[in-house]
Design a protein around this ligand. Structure first.
Ligand code: NAD
Length: 294
């Protein structure tokens, strides 16, 4: 995989200043990873509490690095200072690459991406961390679709090596090259994939969640399924994984997959993901999902 990525990033200019939209689970993780690997980043959200949470999570991770002797306190401080929280697009005209990581909703994303385009320079690369939504679809209202591609990180960003770089219909080779090189600078293993709902990983993962949901409908116990999947060798079972991902994000992603692959991914009635979303059990982010986190 690494060899292939190298071909894509040849000749790409280094990203010197990045920005991320959204300071949630993913945006906060991207900010930490970028800054701790030496690329300063602006972290923009529409809520101050989200920015505070994102910064405190980064601070916690950096503290962990220092106490394990993997980073000097000075370097950790530099990394923390390399994350600039923002509620406006003030400094976006100096940014080389933007990662959009707001809610998994096609209309919200389209509006945020179009708005961002008005604040960045003509050669800034715009990317989306969408889990499932087609990049070609997201590019439809953009003035410069050639500068836009997917940059799909996995959760938790600091631990998961893979990044899917997704080529939309109009994405240029230069945009792919710069995005691949930024992922490499962040210490990640990028793969370049074609565009479709769910890309590569979630086309494999969501049918697995579908199988799990079907068993729940038949009366299975999620704790047993989780234990069994761990014994099978997976780091965690499907219920715990859904709590980590967030049931709101999983719900929206599941909708996109059902629409994209109606013959395979649509289910009758509501499933367990729908149910937990409906009763606002969003997982670890609000301390209750399949499990309770207090
Ligand atoms: P989250 O709910 O934790 O965070 C979303 C953040 O976006 C919130 O802080 C919210 O205030 C902010 N936001 C909303 N509108 C905004 C706007 N207009 N401008 C700036 N910020 C705005 O969600 P998340 O889990 O971090 O997911 C974000 C994206 O990443 C989604 O597209 C999701 O599909 C994708 N993703 C999630 C995971 C996962 O495991 N959670 C994994 C890979 C990709």
């Amino acid at each position: 995989i690494k060899k292939t990525a190298g071909q894509f990033s040849k000749g790409a200019e280094r990203v010197k200043q990045a920005a991320v939209l959204g300071a949630g689970i993913m945006g906060g993780g991207v900010a930490y990873q970028s800054s701790s690997k030496g690329t300063p980043i602006i972290m923009k959200d529409i809520r101050n509490e989200a920015l505070e949470l994102g910064l405190s999570e980064a601070n916690k991770l950096l503290g962990g690095q220092v106490s394990r002797g993997r980073m000097t306190a000075e370097k950790a401080m530099k990394a923390l200072n390399g994350i600039t929280p923002a509620l406006s697009y003030g400094e976006f005209d100096h940014v080389d690459l933007v990662v959009e990581a707001v809610v998994e909703n096609v209309n919200v994303k389209k509006a945020v991406l179009a708005e961002t385009e008005n604040h960045i320079s003509a050669d800034t690369i715009l990317t989306s961390n969408t889990s499932t939504i087609s990049i070609t679809e997201l590019a439809k209202n953009l003035q410069r679709p050639e500068n836009f591609c997917g940059m799909h990180f996995f959760n938790p960003v600091h631990r998961m090596p893979l990044v899917e770089v997704i080529r939309g219909e109009k994405t240029s080779d230069a945009a792919i090259a710069r995005t691949v090189s930024y992922a490499q600078a962040m210490g990640k293993t990028p793969i370049v994939v074609n565009d479709c709902p769910g890309f590569l990983v979630n086309r494999v993962l969501f049918p697995y969640f579908g199988g799990f949901s079907a068993m729940m409908k038949e009366g299975a116990d999620f704790q047993i399924i989780d234990k069994v999947m761990e014994k099978f060798g997976w780091p965690m079972g499907p219920a715990y994984l859904l709590d980590v991902v967030g049931l709101d994000t999983a719900f929206h992603a599941d909708e996109v997959m059902a629409k994209g692959f109606p013959d395979r991914m649509q289910h009758e009635g509501i499933n367990v993901i729908d149910k937990l979303f409906e009763v606002e059990r969003f997982g670890q982010k609000n301390q209750k999902g399949f499990y309770r986190y207090e």
